[in-house]
Unconditional design. Structure first.
Length: 586
């Protein structure tokens, strides 16, 4: 492994860390920020993930204003808070209307600005400001982004909004008057210029030595090049070397990593690359984060752990409980990279085995259920909410409904309005609502996007519910059933929280549970995936990680009054129907 982490020599000002959920983007971007600051640079670390755990890693309270990091002179952290950004955006748009605006006009605009589209454009507004003006006081601005699908959406917005506003004198109906957008047009153009300037911006693709993570990094690389972001690098995190060559589990893990790296897609081989070894402890706290990039070997604890001391229940037991019903929605949620897609597929296959008819779908822009299953199964239909496809269907539907009786000029204006990038968010919500409604007559297992993206979708669900309640108030409102009401119905919807036995995924799952409870949605069960505790490993490094895993499992048990369901780490990657079915009784 290289003795020097070469990314620290980068001359570019803006560093974007992206990759599949669970590969360690936050750990790596934070460690790089600390190392740059330790070398005398002034650094701003920015999280664009609505489910960021930077506060836990650094032991500070995050804010939408830069906060100095104690113990790291020259380093500040900022979290783009979607709610705060949306409120600031609304205030600016209303202020643009001026004192001549009537209360009715202001009320109409506030109503237009109440949806999820406003949250997206406001978040992007904050992001654009950092790329054009907000980063002027720093040598480096490091962006710790949400998992791949959400990040690709974010990085495509400068081009999308710049194109939409070019020559548009109307704005977008869901974002208020034209002035609210037009006043930011120059800002969006500057953001686009900064992103496309290879001397200013570097994209850091983070992956683990796993085929899925490397393939997703390759797909991201291609899509980012299409957006004009060609200055890319690769960081392979958590590369493992067996310390005990007689330990079959350790040898298998090392072999899988070597195989994945040996078969790395060609577009990644061309990139400058840094490698980080697997560490014995999670990267929480300054000491662990500073060790992450160190060329020195990892320190291994000699604490003995009794692997069989933690009682747990098998995934098949959870499926048997779910199968007692005749229909319903099962939503699998959690941090990116915890194995939601695999767990969702296993639950779906288990229900089919119990004689149920099941529809398996995903809301994750980067998910590939078909690849995970790799076969057709009788009684199981597989779908995907594809943002591009759903947008096209939604636009066609709106044009068909509204265009009759319109003049050609009016129709052109309608189509122009629907070119707004926020149309995609509305279209995805409509598709999600349709999938939710399908559970009235069958089992629907929904593999959701990583936590941050799912929370934004939940925000849209809440906004739609409030809008419907207002519109039908006093008009047979007792007969309306919104998607949020279905999610709150414990007989209709079962939420399965999936986590890894590691500090960050457990913390994010606990935070997600709190968010769901505030929306009056109670999670049904917790699943801990890829546990090493049930194995017989004696490898020094893997065994050292068991103590940390045991502590995290105790945290999970404290979060729920129900039994904890566990899926052990397997030598064979869970790809294909046979391998996924094997997880049920593992």
């Amino acid at each position: 492994m290289p003795s020097r982490f070469t990314l620290l020599d980068t001359p570019t000002k803006y560093l974007f860390f992206t990759g599949k959920g669970g590969v360690g983007k936050t750990s790596v971007s934070t460690a790089v920020s600390i190392a740059l600051a330790d070398s005398g640079k002034k650094v701003l670390l920015v999280s664009t993930d609505a489910a960021s755990n930077l506060d836990e890693m650094l032991g500070i309270v995050l804010s939408n204003q830069p906060v100095a990091v104690p113990g790291v002179p020259g380093m500040s952290v900022l979290n783009i808070d979607p709610g705060a950004a949306a409120q600031s955006y609304r205030s600016r748009v209303v202020a643009q209307m001026g004192p001549q605006a009537s209360p009715e006009e202001i009320s109409t605009v506030r109503e237009q600005l109440s949806g999820a589209c406003t949250t997206e454009i406001a978040t992007f507004d904050e992001f654009s400001n950092l790329l054009s003006r907000g980063g002027a006081a720093y040598d480096h601005v490091v962006f710790d982004t949400a998992p791949t699908g959400h990040t690709l959406r974010l990085l495509s917005l400068p081009k999308a909004w710049s194109g939409f506003l070019n020559g548009n004198d109307r704005g977008a109906s869901c974002l208020g008057p034209h002035s609210g957008l037009k006043m930011q047009e120059q800002l969006f153009n500057q953001a686009l210029a900064s992103l496309n300037d290879a001397s200013l911006t570097s994209i850091v693709l983070v992956a683990r030595p796993e085929a899925g993570a490397l393939n997703e990094a390759a797909r991201s690389s291609d899509e980012l090049r299409e957006l004009g972001l060609s200055n890319q690098r690769l960081v392979v995190n958590a590369v493992f070397q067996a310390g005990d060559k007689n330990d079959s589990i350790a040898v298998a893990i090392e072999a899988l990593g070597k195989k994945a790296l040996g078969e790395m897609p060609s577009q990644l081989r061309e990139l400058a690359r840094d490698v980080i070894p697997l560490r014995a402890v999670d990267s929480v706290g300054l000491a662990a984060l500073r060790r992450l990039l160190s060329p020195l070997p990892t320190e291994i604890s000699t604490v003995a752990v009794q692997a069989s001391c933690f009682d747990h229940h098998k995934l098949s037991e959870l499926v048997a409980e779910l199968a007692q019903g005749e229909r319903g929605l099962i939503m699998v949620m959690g941090k990116g990279g915890v194995g939601k897609t695999t767990v969702a597929a296993a639950i779906a296959l288990g229900l089919v085995k119990n004689g149920k008819s099941v529809h398996l779908s995903t809301t994750d822009p980067a998910a590939h259920l078909a690849v995970t299953l790799n076969a057709e199964v009788a009684g199981l239909s597989v779908g995907r909410i594809d943002p591009k496809v759903e947008t096209r269907i939604y636009v066609d539907k709106i044009v068909a409904a509204k265009s009759p009786g319109m003049t050609q000029a009016e129709k052109d204006l309608l189509i122009e309005d629907l070119r707004s990038p926020c149309t995609e968010e509305v279209a995805v919500f409509h598709a999600f609502s349709h999938v939710v409604s399908q559970a009235r007559s069958a089992f629907v297992v929904l593999d959701t996007a990583p936590t941050g993206h799912s929370l934004l979708l939940m925000d849209a669900t809440g906004a739609y519910h409030r809008q419907m309640v207002r519109e039908f108030e006093g008009k047979a409102s007792g007969r309306i059933v919104t998607p949020l009401m279905r999610l709150q119905d414990a007989d209709y919807t079962k939420i399965i929280l999936v986590t890894l036995p590691e500090a960050t995924p457990v913390s994010q799952a606990a935070a997600l549970q709190d968010d769901l409870r505030r929306a009056k949605i109670e999670p049904f069960a917790w699943v801990v995936n890829k546990s090493l505790l049930a194995t017989t490993t004696r490898d020094p490094l893997l065994h050292a990680r068991l103590e940390g895993e045991r502590k995290q499992l105790e945290r999970v048990r404290a979060q729920t009054s129900r039994e904890v369901f566990m899926v052990p780490w397997t030598v064979t990657p869970p790809v294909g129907v046979v391998a996924i079915q094997a997880l049920l009784d593992a």
